[in-house]
Design a protein around this ligand. Structure first.
Ligand SMILES: C[S@@+](CC[C@H](N)C(=O)[O-])C[C@H]1O[C@@H](n2cnc3c(N)ncnc32)[C@H](O)[C@@H]1O
Length: 242
């Protein structure tokens, strides 16, 4: 795994974060050292898919990056006939995702799409994954994406939504931010790396509160939401279609 040192040298102006080749090259290391719980969430996606994936349906991995979530689901649901639709608008990610997944899964069950997830029709889905992706969409477009996912899910299907959160209580919010930064320090990032990454991503990743996510999921049509994971300000929810 190539080490992420993209923000280790002081920059005069820190450019907005983008999912380009340089990021894609170090992405597994970046995710592991930056997202508290990422290494727990990925295998659990497979466990949850064992419960909800339905035979002869589709699994959508929206904002698939390098395909870690798809691979986890595939490993736990081999006995089912599932078609995987992996979507990302970063060609750097999709290119690497394709070569990884093709080594581990039958190519006949795989479709990789390099496009905006807002342009993708969702059909015959039993599991839809939005693993740390919705936060990168303009907030005013998020409800319409969730409505599109809801209408394309079969009855009994689920959306798994993982996100960075903010908290309405400024004290709690600050605590979560401090703890998250300590997590990054503990994983070897310097204060310079932490502050430059923060400056780079703050206009690109717009977090919502847990309550906004829950309300929006219900407004999109989902029957129930369950928060099944939280580590500091990083959380994952299941939204169930009745
Ligand atoms: C934090 S990463 C997701 C990590 C990945 N789901 C996983 O589980 O390892 C966010 C991904 O979403 C993609 N992305 C962001 N906005 C997008 C959009 N509007 N359409 C498609 N992909 C998008 C980025 O290119 C990036 O690969």
């Amino acid at each position: 795994m190539k080490q992420d040192d993209l923000f280790s040298v002081a920059q005069n102006t820190v450019a907005d974060f983008s999912f380009d080749d340089a990021v894609a090259d170090v992405f597994p290391d970046m995710l592991r050292r930056s997202i508290p719980g990422y290494e727990n969430i990925i295998p659990m996606l497979g466990v949850l898919a064992r419960v909800y994936a339905q035979d002869n349906t589709r699994v959508y991995d929206l904002g698939c990056s390098l395909g870690a979530a798809t691979l986890s689901v595939h490993r736990q649901t081999r006995e089912l006939s599932l078609e995987y639709i992996c979507v990302d608008n970063s060609s750097a990610m999709i290119k690497r995702c394709e070569s990884t997944l093709k080594r581990h899964m039958p190519t006949t069950s795989l479709k990789l799409i390099c496009d905006d997830i807002q342009n993708v029709a969702i059909e015959n889905a039993s599991v839809v994954l939005l693993n740390f992706t919705l936060q990168f969409l303009p907030p005013e477009t998020r409800l319409s994406l969730l409505k599109n996912i809801y209408q394309g899910l079969n009855s009994g299907g689920i959306l798994i939504l993982s996100e960075k959160l903010i908290d309405n209580d400024s004290e709690v919010n600050q605590l979560f931010i401090d703890w998250h930064h300590e997590f990054k320090r503990a994983n070897g990032y310097s204060d310079l790396e932490i502050s430059q990454k923060r400056a780079s991503i703050e206009n690109v990743l717009i977090p919502d509160t847990l309550q906004v996510h829950q309300r929006r999921l219900i407004e999109a049509g989902f029957f129930k939401t369950y928060q099944w994971f939280q580590a500091f300000n990083f959380s994952s929810l299941i939204a169930l279609k009745q």
